[in-house]
Design a protein. Structure first.
Length: 127
């Protein structure tokens, strides 16, 4: 297999899966995917943030001997908050996409419109 020089490529511990630019979050520097030369050096102290295959295997085999915190990490809380704000004006009745506040410039009134416009033209009036 021929790969460009800039492509990062190494094998996963168990599954022999190639690394092709995925951003891994590690326990610490003990993982074989932790590569300072490639910039793949994200670490976390939260158990739910770890997404590196090798680190997950270490946790599975050894338990949480690395002192990782359990629960919702600040990173995950940001994702949850962002997702909940996505639907703060409700969902479209036709396609299920988020609704957002739009303005009718001719009549100078606000209304809710589907974010999937122009594919979906569903609207609701705002009381």
């Amino acid at each position: 297999m021929s790969l460009p020089d800039s492509t990062e490529y190494w094998w996963d511990v168990k599954g022999c899966q190639p690394y092709m630019g995925e951003i891994y979050v590690h326990i610490s520097e003990i993982c074989n995917h932790y590569k300072p030369e490639s910039g793949n050096t994200l670490t976390s102290k939260w158990l739910n943030d770890i997404n590196c295959h090798a680190c997950k295997k270490l946790i599975k085999n050894n338990g949480n001997i690395y002192g990782l915190k359990e629960g919702t990490s600040p990173t995950q809380q940001l994702k949850i908050d962002k997702e909940s704000n996505k639907f703060k004006h409700g969902k479209c009745d036709k396609c299920g996409s988020p609704m957002s506040i739009r303005k009718n410039k001719m009549q100078n009134i606000n209304f809710l419109g589907c974010c999937n416009y122009p594919k979906c033209k569903f609207t609701k009036t705002i009381n």
